[in-house]
Design a protein around this ligand. Sequence first.
Ligand code: ZN
Length: 400
Amino acid sequence: MKKIYLIIVAVLAGLSSISCTPKEVIVDDQLPAGNIVFERMLNDTVYVHQQLRGSKKAWFYWAFRVRGAQGKKLTFVFTKSFALCERGPLVSLDKGKSYEYLAEEGSTPHTFTYTFPADAKEVWFYECHPYTPEMWEAFLKNRNHKGEFETGVLCKSRKGRDVPFFRMTTKNSMPKKSVVVSARHHCSEAPAAYVMEGFVAAFLEDSQLGVWLRENVELTVVPFVDMDGAVEGDQGKWRLPHDHNRDYTEFLYPETAALASLMAETEPHVFMDFHNPKLYKYNDNYIYTPYKDFSGVDEYNFSALIEKYQEGDLDYKASDNLPYGVSWNKDSNYTDGLSVTGWVSANIKSIEICRTFEIPFAYANGKLVYPDKMRKFGHGIARALQAYIEGEVLVTTTEN
Ligand SMILES: [Zn+2]
């Protein structure tokens, strides 16, 4: 009897060991804006690299998911070029509903280590906070907004996708100012889209600011200038033969041609284009605008107003802005073709403010960057816009 019992236990143990055999760890790009090449896995180390997809220089965007790693502690190594900011990757245990930085577990420009929770069947990792067209649509649908807006199709992308635009017109026949904003000229620069969203949110809110903006400002938004790249998870930066923000000489991409036509039609006084800078901590860990050689006193005054009215604890300092001719911000950076701000300044006669914002990936003057802080910073830009239009002057010279 005892012998039979032992045999049964042994059989059950055998079955148990079969059913509990750790599943194969699977690394793939099946998540929004996915981008990864899985090379190999040796013991607890996974070797991967980001796909450049036609960019002529190494860049750092990637996004992948991992399944079958419950309870494991794995180290991920990016073999081609640096790919991580000093806060490490963003991780989501709920398929994109929420994200956290992983720096606590250790991260270098090329590697990070993560201990998968015992019940984490599927974990998403991103180089930066993602922002997809679905998130933009959810923002428009879910917000308890005031005012009326129009959404539609700016144009078809090269791969046939609808490229969205958004517009709010004033009830006055003549708005005080026309404003155009855009993002994703470089498609992998997703986090800057939260600043854009926060700016737009100010126009939709139930507040004195919202009422004033709706009465005085016509707003046009093109949130995904490189639509295909934003959906598919491309780098976009340095895309061959030139990227979307160097396309305003040749207009190879439908979106840039359509945005230029839109601006010729709407004649904006203010144009703002949202970007993220380089990745790692030795570069650009603060919010800044790279001034152009044409940037005049209105630009410097607007910067001072943004500093004064800023929200979101990201410690923007107008003195962090990059003068023309300094660092990368010089003529040699534009040999591939005109940028959107270069084109607007040369072709839109009504323009007063024409600028790029660079929003750091992880830290802004020591403050950790999160989507809600970026949204608030965008909201503060709307407050600065009101002050600018109402004529508040803090700066009267471009001299420091
Ligand atoms: Zn950019």
